[in-house]
Design a protein around this ligand. Structure first.
Ligand code: HEC
Length: 154
C-alpha cells in the first residue's frame, strides 16, 4: 500500500467509525434526551416503566385513585402520566430531574414528596427511555405543546 492509499484507508476507517457510532447512538437512543419516536427506546422504556413506575403511576399511566387529595401522611398520591395529569406541563429536563433526583429535589421547602429518586438504580438512558415511553402515549397536540417547553427546568 502506498502512503496515499494508507491515508485514504485511514480516513475511510475513521469515517466508518463515526457513522457506526452515530448509528449505535441512534438505536440506543443516546442517554441525552427523550426519543418517543424510536420504537426500540420506547420498548425499553415500557419495560422500565412496568418494573419501576407502574406500581405508583399505574399500569396504564392512570396514576393513583384520587390523586389530587393529600394522604394522611402529608404526601400526594402519584399523578397520572397520561393526558389527564400534569406531567406534560413540564419540560423534559424537569421530568428527568424529578425521576433521577426524586420529587424532593424540586419541591419547595417543607413539601413532603413520595416520588423516589431513581438515580442510583436506573441509568440515565433507562430514565430517558421510561420518559420516552410516557411521551409516546400522549396525543399529538399534547406532545406538541410539551415539546415547546423544551429543556425548561420548572
Ligand atoms: C413510590 C411511588 C412512586 C414510584 C415507584 C414512582 N413515582 Fe413518580 N411520582 C410519585 C409521586 C407521589 C409523585 C408526585 C410528586 C410529589 O408528590 O412529589 C410523582 C411524580 C412524578 C413526576 C412529576 C410529574 C408531575 O406532573 O409533576 C414524574 C416525571 C415521575 N413521577 C416519573 C416517574 C418515573 C419515570 C418513575 C419510574 C422510573 C416513577 N415516577 C416512579 C410516586 C412514584
Amino acid at each position: 500500500m502506498t502512503r496515499a492509499n494508507l491515508a485514504v484507508a485511514a480516513v475511510a476507517v475513521a469515517a466508518l467509525g463515526v457513522v457506526g457510532g452515530a448509528y449505535v447512538w441512534a438505536i440506543l437512543g443516546g442517554p441525552g434526551g427523550p426519543d418517543p419516536d424510536n420504537p426500540r427506546v420506547v420498548a425499553r422504556g415500557q419495560a422500565v416503566y412496568a418494573d419501576t413506575c407502574a406500581q405508583c403511576h399505574g399500569a396504564n399511566l392512570e396514576g393513583e385513585p384520587d390523586w389530587r387529595r393529600r394522604k394522611a401522611d402529608g404526601t400526594l398520591p402519584a399523578p397520572p402520566h397520561d393526558a389527564s395529569g400534569h406531567t406534560w406541563h413540564h419540560g423534559d429536563d424537569l421530568l428527568f430531574k424529578v425521576t433521577r433526583d426524586g420529587g424532593a429535589s424540586i419541591a419547595p421547602e417543607g413539601f413532603k414528596s413520595a416520588m423516589p429518586a431513581f438515580g442510583e438504580t436506573l441509568s440515565d438512558a433507562d430514565i430517558w427511555a421510561a420518559l420516552s415511553f410516557i411521551k409516546s402515549r400522549w396525543p399529538p397536540a399534547i406532545r406538541h405543546h410539551q415539546e415547546r417547553l423544551g429543556g425548561q427546568t420548572r
